[in-house]
Structure formats: C-alpha cells, structure tokens
Design a protein around this ligand. Structure first.
Ligand SMILES: [Zn+2]
Length: 167
C-alpha cells in the first residue's frame, strides 16, 4: 500500500475518537497518535534504503511483524483498562490499533509475514502480477489501487465534513 496509510490512520482516529473520549486525551494529540501509528511500520523504509541497501524485503523487519503490533495492542489495552489516568494509555491504544490496520492494509497485495518471527511464510490476499516497469506501476495500475483511492477520498470527505461542522 502506497498512499492510503496516513489517511487510514486519520479515519481510524476519527472513528475511535468518541469511544476513547472519556480517557481525556486531547483530541489533536489523539488524532496525531492515530496518524503516526498508521505510518509507523513504514519507518523501517529508512533502514531499508539508508542502511540495509535494499537487500531485505522491508516487511521482514520487526516494525512489520504483526506479533509486535498485537503485543503493543495487548499491553496498551491492559494499560488502558487498569490505569487510573487513562489519557496516555488511550494514545498508546489508538497508535497500536492504527499500526495493526497498517499491516492489514499491507496484506491486501503486499506480503506480510503474519507468523514472524516464528515463520517467514508470506501472506497476501491478492497478488499483483509483474507486467510493467518501473515496479510501482504494477501496483498503481492494479485494481487494488482503487481501494487506496477510496481510503484517501473517504479521509478527505470526513475531514471536510468536520471542518464544515466546526465552522
Ligand atoms: Zn507497510
């Protein structure tokens, strides 16, 4: 997935805002945590390009291990449940949920190693055939890119609707 992670994080934050409202985290920080969580797994791209010299599929690095994000979600969920002051726990929760959504979206057409680090068997819902060059054109011209556009336009729609409601 190329362009939909940030807007997906935004949509996630908007959908969970009400549910977590009682935790008392400031709305802007809550949304920031959701958006940063939505793109956080891809921060391993820096390692991929700058240090690893593109030798390993970046989905094989630990920021793309579902086990890492599910563990984060479990820990932050427990923190939220038991904490007296819940605002930071709510931020950790929405960050983790957004990170999990990132991995689900990556699984649509990109290989995600759902059992890592136990097994490195890749999973994806669909395969993008390699027809065009450069490689990214295969993804942009694949039907799954419509899903990305749908997520982007949904986020824009929600953003504009909120601004209209606020003014
Ligand atoms: Zn990713």
């Amino acid at each position: 997935m190329f362009i939909a992670h940030l807007p997906a994080g935004y949509i996630c934050g908007k959908n969970l805002q009400q549910m977590f409202a009682k935790a008392g985290a400031p709305v802007k920080i809550f949304m920031l945590a959701a958006i940063v969580g939505g793109i956080a797994p891809d921060l391993d791209m820096f390692y991929f390009y700058l240090i690893d010299n593109r030798q390993t599929h970046h989905h094989m690095y630990w920021p793309h291990y579902p086990s890492v994000w599910l563990a984060l979600l479990a820990v932050s969920g427990a923190w939220l449940y038991f904490a007296k002051q819940k605002s930071n726990a709510a931020l950790a929760c929405v960050f983790s949920i957004s990170g999990c959504i990132h991995l689900l979206l990556d699984t649509v057409v990109g290989d995600v190693f759902w059992l890592a680090p136990i097994s490195f068997q890749p999973f994806s819902f669909f395969t993008v055939p390699s027809v065009y060059k450069p490689w990214w054109l295969n993804f942009v011209l694949h039907w799954s890119f419509l899903l990305e556009l749908f997520i982007v336009f949904s986020a824009v729609f929600i953003f504009r609707r909120n601004r209209t409601a606020a003014s």
